[in-house]
Design a protein around this ligand. Structure first.
Ligand SMILES: N[C@@H](CCC(=O)N[C@@H](CS)C(=O)NCC(=O)O)C(=O)O
Length: 283
């Protein structure tokens, strides 16, 4: 079973392959990623949004190469090699997707070159920034763990499939109620770090149709008292799902279907999968 997760497709495909190949030349800023990984996609979207020159380097984090463990002792992707001098002769590693995204947003702050900051900056925006962090926390500590409990549900679990589904949808509804009322994004017209933090799991929600009998979001006109909530969700999901940076960091659907089968059957040996199975917090 230990080798289950090392049988993954080796390469990106579809639009992600195109984006990756346009960033394959050596560069001192290197993103070590895995095409399948939603945490990597967070960092990748940030690099794309901010038009940051970089090198993308595909690895399989389940192999635990000693050279990779020297960069990230947790053995997880995304890992970012950050240049410490102008020539990029010295590099230091960074890891944890949210930390990486915030670092990139702060360092590449020239608006003319890199666009607007993704997390509101400056003292005058301290409240808005704090609010963004509350909802990033909601995504990371509630929505995402519930995503995996739902995806890894099997008949022998102490909870039912429908309980897992309702827990996931409940956390999404709470998030939707915090969205800017007009949108389309969390902060309104402005695409931000909050949208990036959830986008990769939005893109993987079709897997519930494939493996779990549907995600359970009601069709338009069928949501009763929740009609407005799900309407607002659809607007957010459409805008985020169609965003160029999100589309350009996605591989072909068939590859995800293959990769997530081991989650759907609860056979994955990934750290995320094991943590979900044993009720611990995610890595
Ligand atoms: N908290 C980490 C989670 C990263 C993570 O779990 N990455 C997975 C791939 S999606 C990984 O590298 N897994 C290797 C393993 O489980 O051994 C982050 O936000 O960057």
């Amino acid at each position: 079973m230990g080798s289950v997760d090392t049988s993954l497709h080796k390469h990106t495909s579809g639009r992600a392959a195109k984006f990756a190949s346009s960033h394959e030349s050596p560069h001192p800023l290197i993103l070590y990623g895995g095409w399948f990984c939603p945490f990597v996609q967070r960092s990748w979207i940030t690099l794309h949004e901010k038009r940051i020159p970089h090198q993308y380097f595909e690895i399989n984090p389940y192999h635990k190469d000693p050279e990779f463990l020297k960069l990230n002792p947790r053995g997880l992707v995304p890992t970012l090699a950050v240049p410490m001098d102008r020539q990029g002769n010295k590099q230091k590693p960074l890891y944890e997707s949210q930390v990486i995204c915030e670092y990139l947003d702060e360092v590449y702050d020239d608006e003319a070159q890199h666009g607007r900051d993704l997390l509101p900056r400056g003292k005058e925006d301290a409240y808005l920034r704090a609010k963004c962090r509350i909802w990033i926390d909601h995504i990371s500590t509630r929505i995402i763990p519930a995503f995996y409990r739902f995806m890894q549900h099997t008949e022998d679990k102490a909870y039912s499939l429908d309980e897992a589904r309702q827990e996931f949808l409940g956390h999404i509804k709470t998030f939707v109620e915090a969205l800017d009322p007009q949108g389309p994004f969390f902060l309104g017209e402005r695409f931000s770090m909050v949208d990036i933090m959830l986008a990769p799991w939005l893109c993987r929600m079709f897997l519930f149709d494939v493996y779990k009998g549907g995600v359970g979001i009601p069709e338009e006109g069928q949501a009763g008292k929740d009609e407005e909530v799900w309407k607002r969700w659809s607007k957010w999901a459409k805008a985020v799902g169609e965003r160029e940076s999100v589309q350009d960091t996605l591989s072909d659907r068939d590859q995800y279907i293959d990769a997530y089968r081991r989650y759907a059957e609860d056979k994955t040996q990934s750290q995320v999968g094991q943590a979900t199975r044993s009720g611990r917090g995610l890595p």
